[in-house]
Design a protein around this ligand. Structure first.
Ligand code: PAF
Length: 283
């Protein structure tokens, strides 16, 4: 019988609960989420459980990482189903603050990440995004004071930005990336997949198929530029509007001069109708 996780909604309540876990010598893992939980999130929770004695999942749709033109208002919110999923995974605590608890009246401080946050990938198309993510994740880390935090590799640039920030600011949190979970046809699981129409859903796995084929061609020694140009063509022909389709160094996310500048990662962002999808794989 799953036990309902404790739900904290204010910073003092969260602090009291964490202090009591610490007294009992718990090691704490944090899984930051915006809710609308799917099997990808469940795999993050399971990775957290393997590494720590207590797991906190935060559910907070963070307004500062959305531009005014983006989907903050319509972002899927599925609170009851989320709590049931986390109860089934025996999560210990859900940190679910109100917007005013995270950004009280007069809030005036922002973390401005550089390095992997300014490499011309997501940052080129969503310039507000990493400032919002770094600020909220910085706050989640200082609020929950976890030993480790688990992030999905699906948001690969976000993972690198958070790793860099935790290191640069001595936050004392070990940031761990966890592999992307995919549907049977290869589509990366994402809370935004619910926006896809039935026809778009059929086309969406093209991104993963094409990345895999390009990675295979690059590994086989084919010309990288030609392989990637061919891949971009296939993605566009399937009906996507491409934001980027690039091979980068997997550590710095900087551009590469040759395949010797590895480890390599292919990263893609593209719009299908009104839905923007991102994905990436190792070469
Ligand atoms: O990846 C997400 O769901 C969000 O960007 C995060 C890390 C929870 C910060 O709001």
């Amino acid at each position: 019988m799953p036990r309902s996780p404790m739900i904290a909604r204010t910073v003092p309540a969260l602090r009291r609960a964490i202090d009591s876990l610490r007294l009992r010598k718990a090691t704490i893992a944090l899984v930051p989420t915006m809710g609308a939980l799917h099997d990808g999130h469940v795999s993050l929770v399971r990775a957290a459980k393997r590494r720590a004695t207590r797991v906190i999942v935060s559910i907070f749709v963070n307004p500062t990482q959305f531009a005014p033109t983006e989907d903050f208002g319509s972002y899927p919110r599925t609170w009851k189903a989320d709590v049931a999923k986390l109860a089934a995974e025996n999560v210990d605590m859900i940190w679910h603050p109100a917007v005013e608890a995270v950004y009280p009246q007069g809030f005036a401080t922002r973390i401005v990440p550089e390095g992997p946050a300014v490499v011309g990938l997501e940052d080129r198309f969503r310039p507000h995004f990493f400032g919002g993510v770094a600020t909220v994740v910085g706050k989640l880390f200082t609020q929950c004071r976890p030993d480790i935090a688990i992030f999905g590799e699906k948001d690969f640039q976000q993972l690198r930005v958070v790793m860099q920030m935790a290191r640069d600011l001595d936050l004392g949190v070990k940031v761990i990336g966890s592999p992307t979970v995919r549907e049977r046809d290869g589509l990366a699981m994402s809370s935004r997949n619910v926006y896809l129409s039935a026809e778009e859903r059929q086309v969406a796995p093209t991104l993963y198929r094409t990345m895999k084929e390009c990675a295979r061609r690059i590994r086989a020694g084919e010309d990288t530029e030609a392989a990637m140009a061919g891949g971009a063509e296939i993605i566009r022909a399937a009906g996507f509007t491409l934001d980027y389709f690039e091979v980068r160094n997997a550590e710095t996310l900087g551009p590469i001069a040759s395949t010797k500048d590895g480890p390599l990662r292919i990263l893609v962002a593209a719009k299908l109708g009104n839905t923007r999808l991102i994905d990436n794989i190792a070469v």
